[in-house]
Design a binder for this molecule. Structure first.
Ligand code: NCD
Length: 308
C-alpha cells in the first residue's frame, strides 16, 4: 500500500520527496499504458466527483480525463445550476455530495482554505484543485513533473517564476514542492507590487535559495526554467492597478532573441498576453505539453489515493 491511499491533498507539502518521485515514474508508466490501450481497468467501479465553485478548464478536464482513462466514472457538480442558487450553503452541498459515497472528490473554490474547512466532515478523500490565492497543489505536481521529464532531475535546477506572484496560487505550491529537492534556486521576478507574499517566503526559508528581482533580463542566462504566470485580474482589489501593471511583463520571441536562450519556458495557463504567440513554436515552449502532463500525473495521483 502506498502512503497516499485515502489521503486528503490540500497542500504541496502533503507530498514527500519519495511520493513525488514515485508519482512521476507512475505517471510515465500510465502514459505508456494509456497510449497503448486507451482506457485501462484500474478504476473500474470507482467514482470521482468534481466540485468546482470557480472556473476551470485544465484542472477539471484533466482530472476527469485521468479518471476516465483509469476506467473509473466521473460525476460533475455544476455550481451554476445547483441549489446554491436557492441559498444552500457550500458546506451542506459538500455533505450531500459526500453522502452519495464517491471514492474521491476534487474541489476548487475561490476562498482560501475551503478544502481544509470541509475535509474533516467529508469522508471521501479530498484533492484540492485550487483554493483562492492560497495553493494549487496538483498544478505544482504537473509543473515539477514537467521539469523532471525535461531535465531527468529536479535537484540543482534554477527556476525563474515571473508575473503575478502575489495573487497567483500556483506560485506558493510550486515553491513548497521545490523545497522537497536539493540545491534548487528560485528567482521571483515581479514588480514590487506583485512580489511573492511574506508568508510564502517564511515557509521556504532555508529550504531553497531564493532571490527577488524586478527584471527578467538580469537573470535570463542563469535560468534552466522560466515559469510565467498571468496577472490574476479577478483577484485585484483595484482594477486600475491591474490596468497599470498590465503589459509590464511580456515574454516575446524578440526578447528571447535579444537576451539569450532559456532552455524551458512554462506557464500554468491560461495565457492572456504575457507570452506572445510567436513564442509557441520555439522548441523550449513547453506549456501545452505541461498541460497534457497534468492528465498523466493526476491519473497517477488518483491511482495512489484510490489504492487501485
Ligand atoms: C491556474 C489556476 O487556476 O490557479 N490555472 C490552472 O489551473 N492551470 C493559473 C491561473 O488561473 O492563472
Amino acid at each position: 500500500m502506498t502512503p497516499l491511499v485515502g489521503k486528503d491533498i490540500v497542500s504541496a507539502f502533503d507530498f514527500e520527496r519519495a511520493d513525488l518521485l514515485r508519482l512521476f515514474k507512475l505517471a510515465d508508466g500510465l502514459r505508456g499504458e494509456i497510449e497503448a490501450r486507451g482506457t485501462l481497468d484500474y478504476g473500474r467501479g470507482k467514482v470521482m466527483i468534481t466540485a468546482f465553485f470557480e472556473p476551470s478548464t485544465r484542472t477539471k478536464i484533466s482530472f476527469q480525463f485521468a479518471m476516465v482513462r483509469l476506467g473509473g466514472v466521473v460525476v460533475d457538480f455544476i455550481e451554476e445550476v445547483s441549489s446554491l442558487k436557492k441559498g444552500e450553503t457550500e458546506e451542506d452541498t459538500m455533505r450531500i455530495l459526500d453522502g452519495y459515497g464517491p471514492d474521491v472528490i476534487v474541489i476548487r473554490h475561490s476562498r482560501p482554505f475551503f478544502p481544509h474547512s470541509v475535509k474533516d466532515f467529508v469522508k471521501a478523500p479530498i484533492l484540492s484543485g485550487g483554493d483562492g490565492t492560497n495553493e494549487h497543489p496538483t498544478q505544482a505536481l504537473l509543473d515539477v513533473y514537467t521539469m523532471w521529464r525535461e531535465f531527468g532531475r529536479v535537484d540543482g535546477l534554477t527556476v525563474g517564476v515571473m508575473g503575478d506572484l502575489k495573487y497567483g496560487r500556483t506560485i506558493p505550491s510550486l515553491s513548497y514542492m521545490l523545497t522537497r529537492f536539493n540545491d534548487v534556486t528560485v528567482y521571483y521576478i515581479a514588480p514590487k507590487q506583485l512580489q511573492v507574499r511574506e508568508e510564502i517566503l517564511k515557509k521556504v526559508e532555508g529550504r531553497i535559495e531564493y532571490h527577488m528581482i524586478e527584471n527578467v533580463e538580469d537573470v535570463i542566462e542563469k535560468l534552466d526554467v522560466l515559469y510565467v504566470t498571468r496577472l490574476q485580474k479577478e483577484r485585484f482589489e483595484d482594477p486600475q492597478e491591474y490596468e497599470r501593471l498590465k503589459g509590464t511583463y511580456v515574454i516575446s520571441r524578440g526578447l528571447l532573441e535579444r537576451h539569450g536562450k532559456i532552455p524551458v519556458i512554462m506557464h500554468p495557463l491560461p495565457r492572456v498576453w504575457e507570452i506572445t504567440t510567436d513564442v509557441d513554436d520555439l522548441p523550449q515552449a513547453k506549456y501545452f505539453e505541461q498541460a497534457r502532463n497534468g492528465m498523466y500525473v493526476r491519473a497517477a495521483l488518483l491511482k495512489e489515493v484510490l489504492g487501485i
